[in-house]
Write a protein that binds this ligand. Structure first.
Ligand code: NAG
Ligand code: NAG
Ligand code: NAG
Ligand code: NAG
Ligand code: NAG
Ligand code: NAG
Ligand code: NAG
Ligand code: NAG
Ligand code: NAG
Ligand code: NAG
Ligand code: NAG
Length: 419
């Protein structure tokens, strides 16, 4: 019987009208709305069905029921090529298998060797002895692509320095027989845990959980979750990048003086505090150390003061919601009366003079020994190096140190001439 298209359309309208009147479908299937599949891989369609029209037909699990998949449009009467899979047949257009137990109303189906032209919507039909029905109102949309979709990194809560944090990454798994392998790239040590899990729509996902302890050094560094899908003998890769936002207490806090050169008493100098913190520092506080006593003198990023005579020291503190950071101590250099004010300077000058004296003595005795016995030059060179090692902790001796180091490359006698 060859109906014209519009006639068929009317019939369809009539049938759906009748169905709408009774408000019931002969077959109700449950399956996902959409499945994203990788070319060359397989797709598992989670599926179950129910027969609500119990008056007309009672499902008898002992009767062999076959499952049929129809592509694009549920009405296949005119177009038998729309039937791409029929579990009663040995050979089908689509290679596949109903893996669910039909007796338990489980129509879960796997199609293998998916190609891009599988992209379409699919309807399910059952054929049993007295009863056959297609669910025309529910279909699954299969979308095939050559590249896997990126794994998903849901936005997590706050990442704080020093507090262990766990992040999740999900990768869709349309072919649970060949799940993707998830790996992480992090700027620090970490542990991971992977598991195959079921989503609410019965599809599967691989969930990978990474655990690590962030430090402030990881702020604005990328972390990557990579999914490797095995397809045949090769792999297809997709990844998701995320920039870490680590909140941390103030770091690298430092105080600087402007102008940096010695200033005269009565002029103004500016002290500026700098610090890195996340969230940024909201409160800078300035402290003065005078005669061993610390007092809070100001707040704010910069502190301008009128220079007085005494050698005071200053430092700043930055504070945010995670804690605080303290800067180095800076000392104002005053023009004309720099050194003598600070007892520390006496100490350093004294030590320097002492060391120069000691050094001169050693060199002198070495010279005496050398002039009397004339040993090989190496002996003396080693001795000089030993001396450099001794001197190095004292900053002010740097210039002397340089002389000795240079002297090492020259004959020892020239070194003495230089002194
Ligand atoms: C189911 O079918 C079998 C035979 O195929 C029959 O013996 C049995 O009575 C049926 N059960 C019901 C509940 O209809
Ligand atoms: C499925 O296959 C069976 C057996 O070959 C056949 O009787 C039935 O009509 C087929 N169903 C469809 C929808 O093609
Ligand atoms: C249906 O069968 C599949 C096996 O193909 C199984 O993984 C799934 O759990 C079954 N679903 C139910 C609801 O039993
Ligand atoms: C399917 O389910 C029926 C009834 O629950 C059971 O008797 C049968 O063994 C199951 N078949 C398979 C292949 O598991
Ligand atoms: C189809 O898939 C099966 C199983 O996944 C595999 O053994 C076979 O080689 C594939 N065939 C083609 C033509 O890709
Ligand atoms: C689908 O594409 C494959 C190759 O990608 C081709 O061999 C096959 O004939 C196509 N099938 C249909 C129904 O177009
Ligand atoms: C595919 O990836 C797995 C690990 O995910 C690896 O062991 C295998 O060597 C890779 N194969 C190819 C062909 O790259
Ligand atoms: C970090 O990730 C962003 C995208 O989130 C990317 O544009 C950038 O190139 C990545 N940086 C590095 C160093 O990988
Ligand atoms: C990073 O986190 C801080 C506080 O935790 C927030 O203020 C800031 O907006 C975040 N930055 C980005 C780029 O998300
Ligand atoms: C600094 O203080 C002295 C005395 O307290 C005053 O004479 C001078 O004007 C002040 N200088 C400035 C720049 O405020
Ligand atoms: C800044 O911190 C200091 C000391 O912690 C406190 O005395 C001051 O009130 C704070 N200022 C503001 C504006 O929060």
């Amino acid at each position: 019987m060859a109906c014209p298209e519009n006639m068929l359309f009317l019939i369809v309208l009539f049938i759906s009208g009748v169905l709408a009147c009774f408000g019931q479908r002969d077959l109700i299937t449950t399956m996902p709305d959409r499945l994203d599949v990788l070319t060359g891989s397989c797709v598992q369609i989670p599926c179950s069905f129910d027969i609500p029209h119990q008056i007309k037909y009672t499902f008898n699990s002992t009767i062999l029921t076959s499952g049929v998949w129809i592509k694009g449009n549920p009405y296949f009467g005119e177009r038998p090529d729309r039937v791409i899979f029929n579990s009663s047949k040995l050979v089908n257009r689509y290679q596949g298998e109903i893996t669910g137990n039909m007796s338990q109303k489980n129509c879960t189906t796997v199609f293998f060797n998916v190609t891009t032209n599988y992209t379409n919507k699919y309807f399910f039909r059952i054929e049993s002895q007295p009863f056959r029905a297609t669910d025309t109102e529910k279909s699954v949309n299969i979308v095939v692509s050559d590249l896997p979709s990126s794994p998903i990194l849901p936005v997590s809560g706050e990442v704080k320095e020093g507090t262990p944090v766990s992040l999740n990454c999900f990768a869709v798994t349309p072919c649970p027989e060949h799940p993707p392998e998830l790996t992480w790239t992090l700027p620090t040590q970490f542990t991971t845990e992977n598991q195959l899990q079921e989503n609410p729509d019965q599809t599967k996902s691989v969930l990978s959980t990474v655990t690590f302890t962030p430090s402030y050094l990881h702020h604005e560094k990328n972390i990557t979750c990579t999914a490797v899908y095995p397809v045949g003998t090769s792999n297809k890769t997709a990844e998701h990048n995320m920039m870490l936002n680590v909140s941390f207490s103030p770091k690298d806090t430092s105080a600087s003086i402007s102008p940096a050169d010695p200033v005269s008493v009565g002029s103004c100098v500016s002290l500026t505090c700098s610090s890195t913190a996340n969230p940024p520092v909201t409160n800078f506080t300035w402290f003065k150390i005078s005669e061993g006593k610390t007092t809070q003198v100001a707040s704010g990023l910069s502190y301008t003061l009128n220079v007085t005579v005494d050698g005071e020291q200053y430092y700043c503190e930055g504070r945010n919601s995670h804690g605080c950071g303290k800067s180095n101590e800076v000392q104002l250099a005053i023009k004309g009366q720099e050194e003598p004010v600070n007892p520390k300077v006496f100490e350093i000058v004294g030590k320097t003079l002492g060391l120069i004296f000691l050094f001169s003595l050693i060199v002198f005795f070495a010279w005496r020994r050398r002039t009397s016995r004339l040993p090989s030059g190496f002996d003396m060179t080693d001795r000089s190096q030993g001396l450099v090692g001794m001197n190095s902790p004292v900053g002010t001796v740097c210039s002397n140190q340089a002389t000795v180091s240079r002297g090492n490359q020259e004959p020892p006698l020239n070194n003495l001439d230089g002194l």
